[in-house]
Write a protein that binds this ligand. Structure first.
Ligand code: NAD
Length: 428
């Protein structure tokens, strides 16, 4: 496994410890909540198309299930680390708690690059993953979903294998499935739209009309595309988008000072969220270095790609104009930057609040699967907006009342809810 110097688990624990100090958490509660409660590490042998066998490493990490079954995606990423999955499992617990859905936190991953695997190899990998973990996941204990580079098709193969192992139909055992196969309408849009629902509310508190604003976005995958779509449909102008280019092994920023046509950009991206460089140039985009996305003269920056992106170097390159950082990705900002963001009085919408729309819609998917009755898209999105808006105001009002930074206020609400659950259950 690749060794990286940045450790998201250390970030997640630092964030937790800081808030545990603020709310005066007792030691046993801290010990319970600052680390996952269970971890599964396993191997997945896969027959490759050329007749050889390749062994992949898979993980499922369950942080806390006091409020309900664990919930969290499965990442397919060649650079995935156990500590990233641990961090993400913690963030899932806080995310479900901050939007007040009855689920806990978990996360999974397979060290693999699906871009280099055939469809058949991907299917065998998905089925192999589930065979190793089928007894420890599912609707009653831990519900997986797609994440970076995993898709609805992957989830359906996983569900099919899960149902074969358990001998029944359990559509609520895995979410993010294709619509018509137990998936919810609106799930594709949910995370990105949720980000923009919280941004819309944040701009209200700042008395800024969204239609007068400009934004720069890092990433153009599932989250970022729907961030860009809803933001521009509300009148905002997307000046720049950055994404990874697999062939060149580097990121690029695509910029149009008068605003990118989001629909056009979506037409020239591949299924992994990479924009075709030549076609973008053909559309009149300027091609800048990947890091330039955060140095644009915009009102809002929306990191929607990876963790560890808003670093001090990135922060000091921000334009004076930036008023809001809206975290679409998980863990994009390192703790050192929180101090800087606070000092400059930039409004931060923290990741586990901003991007909770995905898990909220996954919860709606489970509810619909349990009823075997599916809501129209408008109803799903209306319920999503209601949840996200109410969660935003809960966090904002606490931050204002207690003079807290938005990230800390979100943590206080989430941690208190989980602490109440573990205490009521008699765990501590
Ligand atoms: P995705 O795989 O669909 O897209 C990732 C995007 O990031 C792609 O456009 C890729 O080109 C870009 N990218 C990768 N490396 C980059 C780099 N160095 N510079 C610029 N761009 C780069 O993933 P996604 O589902 O959109 O998830 C993005 C983030 O949001 C992740 O942190 C994920 O954990 C988080 N998230 C996703 C969901 C969801 O429902 N998909 C929900 C909550 C949080």
């Amino acid at each position: 496994m690749k060794q990286v110097s940045y450790n998201p688990y250390a970030t997640a624990q630092t964030q937790f410890d800081n808030v545990a100090d603020v709310i005066g958490l007792e030691q046993p509660v801290r010990d319970l909540l600052r680390q996952p409660s269970r971890e599964y590490h396993f191997t997945i042998p896969v027959k490759m198309d050329d007749g050889t066998t390749k062994v992949f490493n898979g993980y499922r990490i369950q942080h806390n299930d006091a409020r309900g079954p664990g919930k969290g995606g499965i990442r397919f990423d060649p650079n995935e680390t156990v500590d990233t999955i641990r961090a993400l499992s913690l963030w899932m617990t806080w995310k479900c708690a901050v939007v007040d859905i009855p689920l806990g936190g978990a996360k999974g991953g397979i060290i693999c690059d699906p871009r280099n695997l055939s469809k058949g190899e991907q299917e065998r990998l998905c089925r192999g993953y589930v065979r190793q973990i089928a007894r420890n996941i599912g609707h009653v204990n831990d519900v997986p979903a797609p994440d970076v580079m995993s898709t609805g098709q992957h989830m359906l193969w996983m569900l099919d294998e899960f149902e074969s192992v358990h001998g029944g139909k359990y559509p609520g055992a895995i979410t993010g499935k294709p619509v018509g196969m137990g998936g919810s309408l609106g799930r594709t849009e949910a995370t990105g739209y949720g980000v923009i629902y919280t941004l819309r509310e944040a701009l209200k508190t700042l008395n800024i009309d969204i239609a007068t604003t400009t934004a720069s976005i890092q990433g153009f995958g599932n989250v970022a595309e729907y961030v860009a779509r809803l933001y521009s449909s509300m009148g905002g102008t997307v000046i720049a988008i950055s994404c990874w280019n697999q062939a060149d092994q580097k990121a690029y920023t695509f910029r149009k000072p008068d605003g990118l046509d989001v629909e056009q950009m979506a037409e020239i991206k591949d299924s992994f969220g990479s924009i075709d460089k030549e076609k973008a140039l053909g559309l009149g985009c300027e091609l800048l270095d990947g890091a330039e996305w955060s140095a644009q003269e915009v009102d809002i920056i929306i990191p929607c790609a990876l963790e560890n992106q808003v670093t001090p170097a990135c922060f000091f390159a921000l334009s004076e104009k930036v008023k809001v950082i809206c975290e679409g990705a998980n863990g994009p900002t390192i703790p050192d930057c929180d101090v800087l963001i606070k000092d400059r009085d930039i409004f931060l919408i923290p990741d586990f609040l901003a991007n909770a729309g995905g898990v909220t819609c996954s919860y709606f998917e489970q509810v619909q699967c349990n009823m075997n009755y599916f809501w129209p898209k408008e109803e799903v999105l209306e319920k999503l907006d209601e949840k996200m808006t109410s969660a935003f105001w809960g966090v904002y009002n606490l931050a204002k009342e207690k003079g807290l930074y938005m990230r800390d206020a979100a943590y206080v609400i989430a941690i208190n809810r989980v602490v109440e659950a573990v205490k009521l259950r008699g765990w501590v």
